[in-house]
Write a protein that binds this ligand. Structure first.
Ligand code: SF4
Length: 372
């Protein structure tokens, strides 16, 4: 079992945000003992190899991992440490909601080896946070950042969402500015999408919410690129910006087809060309495990063609781009003429304008390559 990157999905949330379609379990009180016990069972059932597999990154996502508190995060990491040996300098990220992060809690996380906090900020506007149905307010963002710093956790990433309904009157650049003022070394900016089954989807169906038009999406995406690169960030993946040396190790593993293990409800993993995913629902995941069964819900072995297509798609989403060859020349020239890509030796790299068209560009290149 060679995966050196481990993802744990912690599904608990206090309530559902308006746009959220993640696998979550809304709980007022987190069933910590139950979660830890099932996580241990899952690891024992799945990994028969001896402990001390080397680990380059642990990533606790969700859901809201920070709802596990100080002791809960320690126990999850202890559980992982029984099976993986963190390599020197290993990245340990937890996603956190601002209201959960106090100096006491962050100090305990630091003591347990957390190296990076990914803070779910989304906006600095009280009205927008209220519309999103977030559980935090603006003052808690500042308190959380202060706590992370006081605890000595090295890395801080801030999540923002753009392309909100225009009726909200959201000031995107003001939010970018607030984020930069907090001096994070990483920013993730995701465009809002309306997913079926979410409160936002139902609101749109009732005619109460209108999505931002494509032109507004593009304008805000390009604004973020200009603002954050001017502030010293590198736009290294379509949704991610980092100060030099602060690129996310774990997320980069996904984009480079590295192998990773996935634990917890809905978690995906990718090992030796096999993609597998867990039962999505928390109640099902814990029940299956209580019966002594591995909670894998499905799997697919990727063909050579699928792997190549994914590598192309993922590669073009990053600043590293992909290798191009003579047969691609005409297509690549068209992209560079349009300002959608630049050529750097044997690699073609999309520009932000190109990233707005990633799907179409990947389709064009795939179609061309399939003819030869
Ligand atoms: S906190 Fe995150 S995971 Fe939980 S409901 Fe909100 S967006 Fe979804």
């Amino acid at each position: 079992m060679p995966a050196r990157h481990v993802y744990v999905h912690v599904p608990f949330c206090a309530r559902r945000c308006v746009y959220c379609d993640f696998a979550i379990a809304v709980r007022r009180d987190v069933p910590l003992d139950e979660f830890i016990s099932r996580l241990r069972s899952e690891i024992s059932l799945r990994f028969s190899t001896p402990p001390a597999l080397p680990a380059r990154s642990f990533y606790l996502g969700g859901g809201t991992p920070s709802r596990l508190g100080a002791g809960g995060i320690e126990r999850v990491l202890e559980t992982l440490d029984r099976h993986w040996l963190r390599e020197p300098g290993a990245e340990v990220t937890i996603e956190a909601n601002p209201e959960d992060v106090t100096t006491r809690v962050a100090t305990a996380w630091k003591g347990a080896g957390v190296t990076r906090v990914s803070l779910g900020v989304q906006s600095f506007s009280p009205a927008v946070l209220d519309w999103m149905h977030r559980t935090h307010d603006v003052s808690s963002i500042h308190r959380a950042v202060e706590a992370v710093r006081q605890a000595g956790i090295e890395r801080l990433s801030i999540d923002l969402i753009f392309a909100l309904p225009e009726a909200l009157g959201r000031a995107w650049e003001a939010d970018l500015d607030c984020a930069v003022q907090l001096e994070p070394d990483h920013v993730s900016a995701y465009g809002l999408t309306v997913e079926e089954g979410t409160p936002l989807f139902r609101s749109r169906r009732r005619g109460q919410t209108a999505e931002a038009p494509d032109a507004a999406y593009a304008a805000e995406f390009l604004r973020a690129d200009a603002f954050l690169t001017a502030a010293g960030f590198e736009h290294y993946e379509v949704s991610n910006y980092a100060k030099p040396g602060a690129q996310a190790v774990h997320n980069s593993a996904y984009w480079t087809h590295a192998e990773y293990a996935g634990l917890g409800p809905s978690a995906h993993e990718f090992v030796q060309g096999l993609r597998r995913w867990n039962e999505r629902d928390y109640a099902t995941w814990r029940r299956v495990l209580a019966e002594g069964i591995d909670p894998i819900a499905g799997s697919e072995r990727l063909t050579t063609e699928q792997l190549a297509l994914e590598a192309l798609f993922l590669g073009l989403r990053t600043a590293n781009g992909v290798v191009w060859d003579e047969g691609d020349r005409e297509i690549v020239r068209g992209w560079t003429d349009m300002g959608w890509a630049k050529v750097d030796g044997n690699r073609v790299k999309l520009t932000p304008e190109g990233w707005l068209r990633t799907n179409a560009l990947v389709a064009a290149l795939t179609e061309r390559r399939s003819r030869y």
